[in-house]
Design a protein around this ligand. Structure first.
Ligand code: PHE
Length: 222
């Protein structure tokens, strides 16, 4: 689909992690992502979204599509579904005429490739400071097909990722004119997706290097 892979530093400036994403100092939504600060202006990135801001800056007004994998850090207490360190995969498309329907089509294709051709998606309104409108994407449950089971907790739907149309302030700070250019972004947690897909009950399995766990998975060469 024409995406290039982009990466950014794990030790990140407050500016890229928050400020350039429409989260000025003191913004209450900063509390959504409890952070490990190193100095007042440097922290361990709490998401891969700072790569959005860095890439916009580097592209100097040109259109682009990036996919960005990487480690992120949050001051969470570790338990079966939370880890202070995990990974994210971020996507960002910026250019003229990029619409919400492009986002929806892209996410629909991803859901079908990842979870099976029969999957349906549903977008629910949500909030992220760097996208407007913001959505969360659910997929129809791949175990029960939507009738309700233990995987989807009886709802028929499973939450997979956050996404939205890039906020005009974010485009502006990245050097793009929101009057002529638009974009969409999405972000997901691969551990959560792998846990759902393979029925893994504890996120800590990914980090504790038990060979009996690791040996069950094989790299798919393509
Ligand atoms: N960065 C958000 C998070 O970590 C996810 C996200 C990415 C949401 C891109 C919208 C667009 O929660």
């Amino acid at each position: 689909m024409g995406y290039e892979v982009a990466e950014g530093p794990e030790v990140e400036k407050d500016y890229y992690n928050f400020e350039a994403l429409n989260l000025p100092k003191g913004h209450p939504a900063r509390d959504m992502q409890d952070s490990f600060y190193i100095t007042e202006d440097i922290l361990l990135r709490t998401h891969t979204s700072p790569v959005q801001a860095r890439t916009m800056e580097a592209k100097e007004g040109r259109p682009f599509r990036i996919i960005c994998p990487g480690k992120v850090y949050r001051r969470d207490n570790d338990d079966a579904t939370h880890s202070h360190q995990f990974t994210q995969i971020e996507g960002l498309v910026v250019g003229e005429g990029i619409r919400m329907s492009d986002l929806k089509g892209t996410l629909d294709l991803f859901a079908k490739k990842m979870f099976g051709e029969d999957r349906e998606i549903r977008l629910r309104p949500s909030y992220f400071p760097f996208t407007e409108p913001s959505v969360e994407m659910d997929i129809s449950c791949f175990k029960c097909g939507g009738s309700g089971c233990n995987v989807c907790k009886g709802t028929g739907w499973i939450e997979i990722l956050g996404a939205g149309m890039v906020h005009p302030n974010v485009l502006r700070m990245g050097g793009y004119d929101p009057e002529t250019v638009s974009g969409f972004a999405f972000g997901m947690g691969p551990e959560r997706i792998a846990m759902l897909k393979y029925g893994i009950d504890d996120i800590r399995h990914f980090y504790t290097d038990d060979i009996r766990f690791i040996a069950q998975f094989h790299r798919a060469e393509s």
